[in-house]
Design a protein around this ligand. Structure first.
Ligand SMILES: [Zn+2]
Length: 154
């Protein structure tokens, strides 16, 4: 999923969490669960790993990260009655899995590699058993999901 989608889900989860601890834990779990929904990017990681289309993959991740940062800024600047501590920890939990996957690309630590396998077990669960959608359809699906989540956040 887009980082922005994980941020939006993490914000909704955090808004419904009693403490920062639970916002973090539930945000982390939400990442793994929504990654299970086929969303068209399963081939991107494989292309990145094989060295094909590496620049395109990095460009997509960079724009996605920018959109996610803008969404976080919007939440803190414009959403009324935000408990900043709970929201912040929910957002950290919701994006941490992908950051750990990125760290695993740099450092081949056994714990990171174990988490990498767990992450992609969830991420590719239905894609490997059924079929992934196209990247374009995945993007459109997430745009609709983001619009609904932004409505829920406000
Ligand atoms: Zn992920």
């Amino acid at each position: 999923m887009l980082i922005a989608t994980h941020v939006a889900v993490g914000a909704v989860v955090a808004q419904n969490s009693p403490t920062a601890f639970w916002a973090f834990v539930l945000g982390f779990i939400s990442h793994l669960l929504i990654d299970m929904i086929p969303h068209g990017d399963a081939h991107l990681y494989k292309e990145y790993k094989s060295g094909k289309k590496m620049k395109q993959a990095l460009a997509k991740v960079s724009f996605d990260a920018l959109a996610a940062v803008m969404l976080v800024a919007w939440i803190f600047a414009y959403v009324p009655n935000v408990n900043a501590t709970i929201i912040a920890w929910g957002l950290v939990g919701s994006v941490l899995p992908d950051l750990l996957v990125g760290l695993c690309e740099l450092y081949k630590h056994p714990w990171l590699e174990a988490f990498h396998r767990v992450h992609f077990w969830f991420h590719n669960y239905f894609v490997d058993r059924k079929k992934d959608m196209s990247l374009k359809h995945g993007f459109v699906m997430q745009a609709f999901l983001l619009a609904i989540l932004v409505k829920v956040i406000v």
